[in-house]
Design a protein around this ligand. Structure first.
Ligand code: FMN
Length: 221
């Protein structure tokens, strides 16, 4: 069965993207669009789809939250033994896409993914609410569960072991599980897409050269 979903919003009145207005550095261009969108919705700005693939090229994709970005790359946190973690350890190529749909904008980033350094992960781990740190202990992400009860029982056991009261943080912080960590996608290319009327959208592709400089080309929509 297929269902006609009708016409998605096609009110492309927001803006255009012109070559002369682009930053030569894609991180700076990303920062501009990020600032535009975070003025509207900070949570949605950070949500992006991370695509990974098995070594024989079977892709999988899921939303994650991008916790920081900059010249070095885009950082996300997760369980290293999850499906995405297993795929990345066998094939480090990844892609992320941000969809800031109300602004008719999409940013695609492709590159190689590295594990984040333990001290960077520790800093982020400590910033998480205690309940979320306990929850990480309770869940072997991507493993099959027999039922919801199994998860709830494990969460209750972990809360009992570590203590759920946030006041315990000062003297009894929750340790970081060995398989909890993060990844940095180091971009090799970026594409900025701005929706325009009549499907004549603006697309600009940045590709990093061997010397670290970025070429910029306009792509047909
Ligand atoms: C908006 C949104 C943000 C999410 N952020 C994260 C995240 O930062 N880290 C994470 O491990 N999972 C996050 N998830 C859950 C993932 O989409 C996914 O279910 C989980 O990481 C397991 O994926 P995997 O089995 O492919 O490894 C998020 C889901 C949504 C909808």
């Amino acid at each position: 069965m297929s269902r006609d979903l009708g016409h998605f919003r096609e009110d492309y009145t927001v803006s255009s993207l012109r070559r002369v207005d682009l930053a030569e550095d894609p991180v700076l261009q990303f920062q501009r669009w990020w600032d535009d969108w975070t003025a509207v919705d900070r949570y949605d700005a950070a949500a992006c789809v991370l695509a990974t693939a098995t070594p024989d090229g079977r892709p999988s994709a899921r939303y994650v939250l991008c916790r920081s970005f900059g010249e070095r790359g885009f950082d996300i946190y997760t369980n290293l033994a999850s499906r995405k973690g297993r795929e990345l350890s066998a094939n480090p190529h990844g892609a992320i896409v941000f969809g800031w749909l109300e602004a008719n904008r999409q940013v695609r980033i492709e590159g190689v993914v590295d594990e984040l350094e333990p001290d960077v992960v520790d800093d982020y781990w400590r910033s998480r609410p205690r309940g979320s740190r306990i929850g990480a202990w309770a869940s072997d992400q991507s493993r099959i569960l027999s039922d919801r009860d199994e998860l709830d029982r494990r969460a209750a056991a972990m809360a009992e072991e570590f203590g759920a009261d946030p006041a315990l943080d000062a003297d009894h912080p929750v340790p970081r599980p060995n398989d909890w960590g993060g990844y940095r996608l180091v971009p090799e290319s970026y594409e900025f897409w701005q929706g325009r009327p009549d499907r004549l959208h603006d697309r600009f592709l940045y590709v990093r050269g061997a010397d670290g400089s970025w070429s910029i080309d306009r792509l047909a929509p």
